[in-house]
Design a protein around this ligand. Sequence first.
Ligand SMILES: Nc1ncnc2c1ncn2[C@@H]1O[C@H](COP(=O)(O)OP(=O)(O)O)[C@@H](O)[C@H]1O
Ligand SMILES: O=c1ccn([C@@H]2O[C@H](COP(=O)(O)OP(=O)(O)O)[C@@H](O)[C@H]2O)c(=O)[nH]1
Length: 237
Amino acid sequence: MRVVISIGGSVLAPDLDSERVEAHASVVEALAREGCEIGAVVGGGGVARDYIGAARDLGANEVQLDQIGIDVTRINARLLIAALGSQVDPKVAHDYEEAGDAIRRGDISVMGGVMPGQTTDAVAAAFAEYVDADLLVYATSVNGVFSADPKSDPDATKFEEMAAGELVDVIADIEMSAGSSAPVDLLAAKLIERAKMRTIVLDGTDPSRIEPAVLRGEHSGTDIIPEGGDEPTYWAQ
Ligand SMILES: Nc1ncnc2c1ncn2[C@@H]1O[C@H](COP(=O)(O)OP(=O)(O)O)[C@@H](O)[C@H]1O
Ligand SMILES: O=c1ccn([C@@H]2O[C@H](COP(=O)(O)OP(=O)(O)O)[C@@H](O)[C@H]2O)c(=O)[nH]1
């Protein structure tokens, strides 16, 4: 089974904590031991936001800010690589071909950002499509996709499952409001829909939730069901 796991910066590196990075690496290694081929994509978190904020104050334009964000995601990717054993490609893949080659060689491949105008959510979706992944997992700071932002709306309800087209609609509504954050970005949602990619959005603040989700489909987040896609098959069955 081939899996791409997107580890949000808010989850991997809300601050610099080697034990947290180690815990994520352990999950990736455990999945690899189970025979999964793994691509990981790492976000920028609070450090990226701090750098972007400082550079904005200094007059940088949006593309320059994105480039700073990409650099930070790649530093976080290096942290995850440092925590993974010999099975990982020691280079942070800068494009999908490099990442795909590493996976085909049998290595775990780790990416950060690739180009301005998007986030690592979209990188993970494109990576998953490029390598024909069986599953894409977003480990983020909320336990799935909700009808509204659960951090600000106490009446928000979680989608246990939703069609990829519904995900696009929900995300498009969020992205209409400036400065808002979303469980995945709009480009990622569109790519998931186009690729008919089976996708899970879950709370990755405790990384041990990722393994049962990948191996057995057991999680309490949101399943994104591809329209016209295959029924899920689980590695452990
Ligand atoms: N409809 C929604 N469903 C789930 N989360 C939402 C929604 N709208 C906004 N959010 C927000 O999206 C954010 C997603 O996590 P974020 O902190 O950006 O993590 P990451 O580092 O994984 O990108 C959360 O802060 C959550 O409050
Ligand atoms: O392919 C990419 C990935 C990231 N970024 C930039 O890097 C920041 C941090 O990436 P992350 O995916 O963590 O974004 P977040 O989830 O914090 O919005 C983003 O806001 C963008 O500015 C980018 O421009 N292109």
